[in-house]
Design a binder for this molecule. Structure first.
Ligand code: BV8
Ligand code: ZN
Length: 244
């Protein structure tokens, strides 16, 4: 199977990859919708929304501080590294992630389109200016923006919020012009990210999905590779190098 995938990869000059929480699972970061998922304890509507923040800023900051602390202790896994190395073997490679954990950059990926922002940064809830990232937030005494006095919030995209226009249009451009699209470790239900693999397929790309469980995308994929990305992606890279 991997020889065949390597041949497909080698014949494609332009590749786009979308990753979700699943690629960080083997680093120890809980996914959103898995059994032990983040959302298992909390519901996304409760915490990852502006309404939740306006109603309960303290609870929302408690949650993000807990996630920041957890992410601060983990390392990228072989899946992140394999994508960073794959990029150097491909003429035109775009990495698009829904994750806010920064692990792709930590693994050496240079250009990463972070659709949903980055959990380590803060911004002002009012004027949207980014605040210095080294501020530790005390949920019971949330710091104010030095420009306008608004409260600081995590610089991530919440449900009901628009994604950064530049980032999402670049992601769709990559999806619509690539020859090969990988969907890795995502349940493929959060939009507009979940529309990227579909746009790629409609534009004629070959679609490969890497996920231990099937998703709404699996039937559409040309190849559905059932397994953890930390094992599957390095094997694809190895097969590519063996046969190049
Ligand atoms: C917007 C940042 C509106 C915050 C996140 C009905 C239909 C369609 C859309 C909607 C709808 N109702 C509402 C919407 C819109 C909504 C949406 O899509 N909701 C979904 C739930 C239906 N979308 C939005 O609100 C977006 N904004 O639409 O704006 C708008 C429009 C115009 C004008 C104004 C406004 C904003 C969405 C962004 C939300 N922010 N995160 C934070 O992180 O705190 S989303 C959150 O979910 C994370 O970013 C996460 O990445 C993302 C997606 O989840 P996944 O990454 O897929 O993770 P999940 O746990 O679900 O799945 C993990 C997968 O990994 C599983 O499949 C598992 O099998 C697999 N796996 C496990 N282990 C491994 C593995 N895979 C590989 N290897 C392993 N080892
Ligand atoms: Zn401000």
């Amino acid at each position: 199977m991997y020889e065949e995938i390597a041949k497909v990869v080698r014949n494609c000059g332009k590749i786009a990859v979308l990753t979700g929480a699943g690629i960080s699972a083997e680093s120890g970061v809980p996914t959103f919708r898995g059994k032990e998922g983040l959302w298992g304890k909390f519901r996304p509507e409760e915490l990852a929304t502006m309404d939740a923040f306006m109603a309960n800023p303290e609870i929302v900051w408690e949650w993000y501080n807990w996630r920041r602390q957890l992410i601060g202790e983990v390392q990228p896994n072989p899946g992140h590294y394999a994508l960073a190395e794959l990029a150097s073997e491909i003429d035109d490679f775009s990495l698009i992630t829904q994750n806010v954990d920064g692990l792709h950059r930590a693994a050496g990926s240079r250009e990463v389109l972070e659709l949903h922002g980055n959990i380590m940064f803060n911004k002002c809830v009012k004027c949207n200016r980014r605040a210095p990232e080294d501020i530790d937030i005390d949920p019971s005494n949330i710091p104010a923006c030095e420009h306008c006095g608004g409260s600081l919030r995590p610089d991530v995209v919440w449900f009901g919020e628009m994604l950064d226009r530049e980032v999402i249009s670049e992601a769709f451009r990559a999806a619509e012009t690539c020859e090969l699209f990988f969907s890795v470790g995502t349940s493929a239900i959060v939009h507009p990210a979940a529309s990227l693999p579909i746009s790629a397929k409609q534009a004629g790309a070959t679609l490969i999905e890497v996920n231990p469980e099937r998703t709404p995308l699996s039937d559409l994929a040309d190849y559905y590779l059932a397994g953890p990305s930390g094992e599957v992606l390095p094997q694809i890279l190895e097969a590519l190098r063996e046969h190049s």
